[in-house]
Design a protein around this ligand. Structure first.
Ligand SMILES: Cc1ncc(C[n+]2csc(CCOP(=O)(O)OP(=O)(O)O)c2C)c(N)n1
Length: 355
C-alpha cells in the first residue's frame, strides 16, 4: 500500500505484490485491458475535438482516468448494473454501449435515449451524487428479487460532499445493499481541490457508516480490476456495500467549458503525467514480452478507425423535431401537456409568419 492506495503495477511498469489482491491475467487479457484504455483515450480525444469544432455542445474529458474505469468495469458480470455520472465514457464502452449514443446526448439531439436495460448501463447523471441513491435502491430491489447481480455507482470526489451520497452510504449499509460505490478521486471538483472538500481521506468515510472503504491506485488498471472484483464478490455474498476510492487525476479540463490553468498548477499536472495509466501498462507489456510494436501500431490504427467512425456519425446526426420535447413527459396523454404543445405550435408559427 502506498499513499496512492493498493497497487499492483508501479509507474515504471514493474509488478507489485499484494497479499490480498493478487491478480493472474494472461498476456491476452493484459493486451485487451491496454486496448480498451487506448480506445477510450482516442474516443475521448475525439469528443474534445468535436466540441472544439462546434459539433458537440459540451464534452467532459476522462483523460487520465482510463485505468480506473477500464479496470473497474472489467470486474463486472454482464448481469450487473452500472449507475454512472457523466464522465464514464470508458465504462460505457466497456459495457458495449454504442459510442454514438453518448455523443447524441452531448450534441443535444436527444436526452440520453439509450435503453438502460440493454447493457445494464443507466443514464448519465449530472445532478451530482444522486445516482448513488438510485444505485442503492436498485441494488436492494435486485436483492429482494433473489438476484445475484450487483450494482456499481460511479461518482467523483466532489460528489462525496453532497448529502445524497451520505444518505446512500447509510441506507446501503443498514440494509446490506449489494452495491459498490466507486469514487474516482480525480482531485478536483471543477475548481475545488480535495482540501476544500474533505477533512479525511475519502475511503475512510465508509468506516463511519459501517462498511469497508479502500483506496486503490486509480492509475493502475490491475489494482482497479482486482479490488473491484473483491468488492463485487462481497456484494454477491450478501456482505453489503464497499467504497472504493480510486486515487487518480483529471488530466484535462473539467469540461470543454472550463479553463483549469486558472486554478491549478502546471507542475501538479506534470507530476501526474509520470503516472500515466497507459504508459504504465505498455511498460509491463513490453518488459514481459506480451506485446510488440506491431500490437501498439494495430491498437493505434483501431483507435483512428473508431475516431473516424464517430466523427462521421456525429456529422450525420440530424436535428430532431423540437416538438418531441412533449412526447415522453407522461406515459399516457395528458391535457396540460397537450395544451403546452399547442401553445408551442402557436409560438413557432409566429416565426413562420415573420418569414
Ligand atoms: C447537485 C449539484 N450541485 C452542483 C452541480 C454543479 N457541478 C457540476 S460538476 C461539479 C463538480 C463535480 O466534481 P466531482 O464530483 O469531483 O466529479 P468530476 O467532475 O471531478 O468527475 C459541480 C459542483 C451539479 N451538477 N449538481
Amino acid at each position: 500500500m502506498t499513499g496512492d492506495g493498493i497497487r499492483l503495477l508501479a509507474p515504471d511498469g514493474t509488478r507489485v505484490a499484494h497479499p490480498e489482491h493478487a491478480i493472474d491475467l494472461s498476456p491476452e487479457e493484459l493486451r485487451s485491458l491496454y486496448r480498451d484504455m487506448a480506445m477510450a483515450r482516442r474516443f475521448d480525444a475525439e469528443g474534445v475535438t468535436l466540441q472544439r469544432q462546434g459539433e458537440l455542445g459540451l464534452w467532459p474529458s476522462l483523460l487520465g482516468q482510463e485505468a480506473a474505469q477500464v479496470g473497474s468495469v472489467r470486474a463486472l458480470r454482464e448481469d450487473d448494473h452500472v449507475f454512472p455520472s457523466y464522465r464514464e465514457h470508458a465504462v460505457a464502452l466497456g459495457r458495449g454501449m454504442d459510442p454514438l449514443g453518448l455523443l447524441r446526448l452531448f450534441r443535444g439531439v436527444d436526452h440520453g435515449d439509450w435503453d438502460p436495460e440493454e447493457h445494464r448501463f443507466h443514464l448519465y447523471t449530472l445532478v451530482i451524487g444522486s445516482q448513488t441513491l438510485h444505485a442503492t435502491g436498485y441494488a436492494l430491489g435486485l436483492a429482494k428479487d433473489g438476484s445475484e447481480s450487483a450494482v456499481v455507482a460511479y461518482f467523483g470526489d466532489g460528489a462525496t460532499a453532497q448529502g445524497d451520497v451520505s444518505e446512500a452510504f447509510n441506507f446501503a449499509a443498514v440494509y446490506g445493499a449489494p452495491v459498490v460505490f466507486f469514487c474516482q478521486n480525480n482531485q478536483w471538483a471543477i475548481s475545488e481541490s480535495n482540501e476544500k472538500q474533505t477533512r479525511v481521506p475519502l475511503h475512510q468515510r465508509a468506516q463511519g457508516f459501517g462498511f469497508p472503504g479502500v483506496r486503490v491506485d486509480g492509475n493502475d488498471v490491475l489494482a482497479c480490476l482486482a479490488v473491484t472484483r473483491w468488492a463485487l464478490e462481497r456484494a454477491r455474498r450478501g456482505e453489503g456495500p464497499t467504497l472504493i476510492e480510486a486515487f487518480t487525476y483529471r488530466m484535462g479540463a473539467h469540461t470543454t467549458s472550463d479553463d483549469p490553468s486558472r486554478y491549478r498548477d502546471a507542475a501538479e499536472v506534470e507530476s501526474w503525467r509520470a503516472k500515466d495509466p497507459l504508459l504504465r501498462l505498455e511498460r509491463l507489456l513490453r518488459a514481459e514480452g506480451a506485446a510488440d510494436d506491431a500490437f501498439f501500431a494495430e491498437t493505434e490504427a483501431a483507435g483512428e478507425a473508431l475516431a473516424a467512425r464517430v466523427r462521421e456519425g456525429v456529422r450525420a446526426m440530424t436535428t430532431p423535431d423540437d416538438r418531441n420535447l412533449f412526447d415522453h413527459v407522461y406515459a399516457e396523454p395528458h391535457a396540460l401537456v397537450d395544451e403546452e404543445r399547442a401553445a408551442f405550435d402557436v409560438y413557432r408559427a409566429a416565426f413562420a409568419q415573420e418569414g
